[in-house]
Design a protein around this ligand. Structure first.
Ligand SMILES: CC(=O)N[C@H]1[C@@H](OP(=O)(O)OP(=O)(O)OC[C@H]2O[C@@H](n3ccc(=O)[nH]c3=O)[C@H](O)[C@@H]2O)O[C@H](CO)[C@@H](O)[C@@H]1O[C@H](C)C(=O)N[C@@H](C)C(=O)N[C@H](CCC(=O)O)C(=O)O
Ligand SMILES: Nc1ncnc2c1ncn2[C@@H]1O[C@H](COP(=O)(O)OP(=O)(O)OP(=O)(O)O)[C@@H](O)[C@H]1O
Ligand SMILES: N[C@H](CCC[C@H](N)C(=O)O)C(=O)O
Ligand SMILES: [Mg+2]
Length: 484
């Protein structure tokens, strides 16, 4: 593709060099640069992409998008104010604006994004739609599955995936839209049909200054939609978002259990194996069953129903799709045990999520609740004591352990968690090694108890320092149960 076509629509400050060049690929990481490519220099949080111009040039880049005044004879330099923003537009141009031809549904909020995208995929596929998926666990394009390293990829990968989805005959894409991606322009130039807001609670306060800034990042999604938005109106930040977007041209529907909502659940019943409720929408009422426990499942399924309602998916497909869902790996996933107690693996890594799963377990536990959890390193520190205190409040025994310590000292992370724990009580323990912690919890469980292993869900690794080692909570549980 000609460079002049790739840079169409950019806010250009100046151009030096030839823009009639043929460009074969686009990159933002010099380590991955290929021949005859365009290299976009991003000023990052750690490094400055402009420092890798020579490296990219040696590997075959012929043109550069820059924020600084740089020029090397024989190459083309296009100067813009914000290269991340430019990268999103360039990516969309380079892959021929794929989202214009895709029913793209975006889900944002602190918790529930992965779950909603999986449930939506199940329902849409029940209606014979061809659905791609982008999110935390993996990206799915037809039969191809790409393990994710982030929840929402950088704009180049994203637009490339959308193009591949179209080539695979997909007409839908369900996608998690993280606040980082909204703030860092990864999803600029994506045309969403529908935007969904789940909830907003403490998380990522290392990145966003406070909850209001975090909310404003999330809110950006709802200005990008062409068919409608769905907002959880029982959430206080949902109400704020609703108030700022309710006068947009696209319809804004609310969903919830407590207040007045357009998509509403009544007579909610929570069982250990699922939820049941009466659904009320402006057009029809239905009795809904979803085979995943927890009050949050009611919210997640209402969001799915609202999106399908806006997309005119028949109600039979909605009902059957939800009833037959395969669930989500590592989300309230029960591991079979013949020992009379249950073991549940869950991805709760925020105060709100851990409170939700523990409250859910409280509703049907016959014996004790034993909770094993830790917190990730190099991430929001404010959530650590909050998670400690919540775990102690709802569990009979809390075993504090390691999650992904990354470059932090696991002992220091645990100390932060313990700040939220009342040490006058004998209902907690510290076992730094996660395998040992899980082993200890299972060995102490008796008939009627529930062991909850929280924080890592589907993850099959532990990040210690900069190293990623294989570690899978579910695998470890199965091994321990088998050994007894
Ligand atoms: C905080 C954050 O989002 N950081 C992202 C940011 O990194 P950065 O600014 O630190 O990049 P940098 O290391 O300073 O490098 C600057 C530039 O130089 C380039 N470079 C660097 C080295 C080199 O040899 N050559 C080279 O060209 C880099 O590719 C980059 O373009 O830009 C990079 C390039 O796009 C991203 O990979 C990186 O995501 C990192 C890996 C990350 O961990 N992000 C997390 C926090 C994240 O995005 N999480 C959200 C939410 C999670 C959730 O709640 O689900 C997500 O969507 O996953
Ligand atoms: N609607 C919800 N409200 C609150 N908690 C939820 C909700 N849905 C799921 N959870 C809890 O949050 C955890 C994470 O759920 P999920 O993976 O769906 O969220 P996510 O938004 O994709 O998270 P991430 O930002 O890490 O990608 C679950 O394991 C469960 O404990
Ligand atoms: N997407 C979240 C996941 C956190 C999962 C937890 N296991 C951790 O490593 O902190 C993040 O990157 O902050
Ligand atoms: Mg997710």
């Amino acid at each position: 593709m000609k460079l002049k076509d790739i840079i169409k629509g950019l806010d250009i400050l100046n151009i030096k060099g030839d823009i009639d060049l043929n460009i074969e690929d686009i990159h933002y990481d010099s380590r991955k640069v290929s021949e005859n490519s365009l290299f976009i220099c991003v000023k990052g949080f750690n490094l400055d992409g402009h420092k890798f111009i020579q490296d990219a040039l040696d590997k075959g880049s012929k043109a550069f998008i820059v924020e600084d005044d740089v020029y090397i004879d024989g190459y083309t330099f296009v100067k813009v104010k914000n290269t991340r923003k430019a990268m999103a537009k360039i990516s969309s141009n380079f892959f021929a604006n794929p989202t214009k031809h895709l029913n793209l549904i975006g889900v944002t909020g602190t918790n529930g994004k992965t779950t909603i995208t999986y449930l939506l995929k199940d329902v849409l596929e029940y209606n014979n739609e061809k659905v791609g998926l982008i999110g935390t666990i993996k990206n799915i394009i037809g039969k191809r599955e790409i393990i994710s390293s982030r929840t929402t990829p950088e704009s180049i990968e994203l637009q490339k995936y959308f193009r591949e989805m179209l080539e695979n005959g997909n007409n839908y894409c369900v996608m998690e839209v993280s606040s980082h991606s909204l703030e860092l322009n990864r999803v600029d130039n994506c045309e969403f049909k529908i935007g969904i807001f789940t909830n907003l609670t403490e998380e990522h306060l290392d990145f966003h200054k406070n909850l209001d800034e975090y909310r404003m990042a999330k809110e950006k999604l709802f200005y990008k939609t062409t068919v409608g938005n769905l907002i959880n109106i029982d959430d206080i930040y949902g109400k704020k978002i609703y108030n700022s977007i309710k006068n947009l041209e696209v319809p804004v529907l609310t969903y919830g259990i407590e207040g007045d909502a357009d998509i509403k659940a009544e007579n909610v019943k929570i069982y250990s194996t699922g939820v049941e409720y009466k659904l009320i929408t402006p057009k029809y009422e239905l009795d809904v069953y979803v085979p995943i426990s927890g009050r949050f499942t009611v919210y997640n399924s209402l969001a799915v129903i609202g999106a399908c309602y806006l997309m005119d998916i028949p109600k039979e497909a909605i009902l059957e799709g939800l009833k037959n869902t395969k669930g989500v790996p590592g989300r309230f996933e029960s591991v079979n045990s013949s020992k009379g107690f249950s073991v549940i693996i869950d991805y709760a890594h925020t105060p709100d999520a851990i409170e939700n799963i523990l409250k859910t377990a409280r509703e049907f536990v016959k014996g004790k609740i034993i909770t094993v959890f830790g917190c990730g390193g190099d991430r929001d520190k404010t959530k650590r004591p909050l998670m400690g205190s919540i775990s102690q409040k709802y569990s009979d025994l809390t075993i504090v352990t390691s999650d992904n310590p990354r470059t932090e000292d696991p002992v220091k992370i645990i100390e932060d968690i313990l700040r939220g724990i009342d040490d006058s009580k004998q209902d907690y323990e510290v076992i730094i090694d996660r395998r040992e912690a899980i082993n200890n919890a299972i060995n102490r469980a008796e008939s009627g108890d529930i062991v909850i292993i929280a924080g890592k869900g589907h993850e099959n690794y532990q990040i210690i320092g900069r190293e990623k080692i294989h570690f899978d909570d579910k695998e470890v549980v199965i091994e321990i149960l088998g050994e007894e």
